[in-house]
Design a protein around this ligand. Structure first.
Ligand code: PMV
Length: 360
């Protein structure tokens, strides 16, 4: 589908009031998106697990304007308190998508949002937050044009989420998502994410993700600055080439359930993301000593226990420990006895692959 096909048309009449609530999950990338074009399309294909418990719940109350104006008027509340610090990002987002959702200028928006994970946990809420907001907007679009079909609804929700925050586009479908064109992955596109289109081994069913909270502070480097680093990065071209290869390798691993090869690629991707930051200009070190302690123990545990645990990282110090559902009890003991002490306030969150957003 082209960008043009996302320009909304055929509205029926505008209701005076429309309220909608969506709960949308975060996601964790296996093959990382790092480096983007001006229109927030990615430089390489990324593949992610959609999470289940780490979510943003957003209600939008749309009230028809009494006087017409082309501005988008909105207020944002986080946990029922007005949150002016969220305004700028949302203002930019709404103005960017106005071209595709012109009906928004007919309304005043009251956006009420909260996260299921603690505010100061160091877990980024842009993927869950932007996708929840995009889904609310798409529900209004469907109200205005009931002919909007599910497939279009989801694609456009992902397309709009991408404009808000790249990785957010991978939160619209449950399970495994692919974003960014790949010649060997059918239907993949830079414009929005698709549900991973191939068979996946049952070994990945209900895969777990324990998020080990090493640092609960907000990100030291914004992802925009991080992506920016890639524009003049000495390793940029090799990185994009390796990412495409890793996305392809993952295809057979996801099918045959070879969890050790999975660990190998996933960890390489995480380390490469941080290596790119460390070798950028300027350079950033986002891992903490505790991150490395945890990584080393995970590798050792994999060797000694023969449980195929592996780790991945976001653009921060927290560690995502991925492991099969059947190993839950033993891995929890491992976290309790060996990893939790490296986490801030001993805290971690157990999450798993989820089935995607829910309209409440
Ligand atoms: O969506 P952004 O711009 O916040 O970028 C996210 C980048 C990583 O989380 C580091 C990787 C990814 O693919 O999610």
């Amino acid at each position: 589908m082209s960008e043009k096909s996302f320009i909304a048309k055929n509205f029926k009449k505008f209701p005076n009031q429309f309220d909608i609530t969506w709960s949308s999950p975060s996601n964790i990338a296996l093959v990382k998106y790092w480096g983007k074009n001006k229109d927030q399309t990615p430089k390489n294909t990324s593949i992610s697990f959609t999470l289940n418990n780490s979510r943003t719940i957003t209600k939008v109350e749309f009230s028809k304007k009494t006087k017409s104006s082309s501005d988008i008027i909105f207020d944002v509340y986080y946990e029922n308190s007005k949150m002016d610090s969220f305004r700028e990002k949302i203002h930019i987002f709404l103005n960017k998508i106005l071209k595709y959702c012109s009906y928004l200028s007919e309304y005043n928006l009251k956006i009420l949002t909260n996260n299921t994970f603690p505010h100061s946990s160091g877990i980024a809420s842009s993927a869950s937050g932007m996708s929840a907001l995009a889904l609310c907007i798409m529900s209004l679009e469907k109200k205005l044009n009931p002919a909007v079909e599910n497939d279009y609804f989801n694609k456009k929700a992902s397309f709009l989420s991408r404009i808000g925050s790249g990785s957010a586009c991978r939160s619209i479908y449950g399970g495994i998502n692919v974003w960014g064109e790949h010649e060997k992955i059918e239907g993949s596109t830079d414009l929005y994410s698709i549900k991973y289109p191939y068979d996946v081994s049952d070994k990945f069913k209900d895969y777990n993700d324990a998020i080990l909270l090493v640092d609960k502070k907000a990100k030291q480097v914004s992802s925009s600055d991080g992506h920016e680093l890639m524009n003049n990065h000495i390793y940029a071209d090799s990185r994009y080439e390796i990412a495409q290869k890793n996305a392809y390798k993952l295809k057979s691993i996801l099918k045959n359930g070879d969890l050790y090869s999975f660990a190998n690629i996933i960890e390489q991707e995480a380390m490469m993301l941080h290596a790119l930051m460390m070798t950028g200009n300027p350079s950033y070190v986002l891992v903490k000593p505790e991150t490395l302690d945890i990584i080393n123990r995970i590798k050792k545990y994999r060797e000694t226990s023969k449980i195929p645990v592996c780790f991945t990282l976001d653009a921060g110090a927290n560690v995502h420990l991925l492991f099969p559902k059947e190993d839950m009890d033993q891995v929890e003991l491992f976290i309790e006895s060996e990893l939790k002490k490296f986490c801030k306030d001993n805290s971690y969150i157990i999450d798993k692959i989820g089935s995607g957003p829910i309209q409440l």
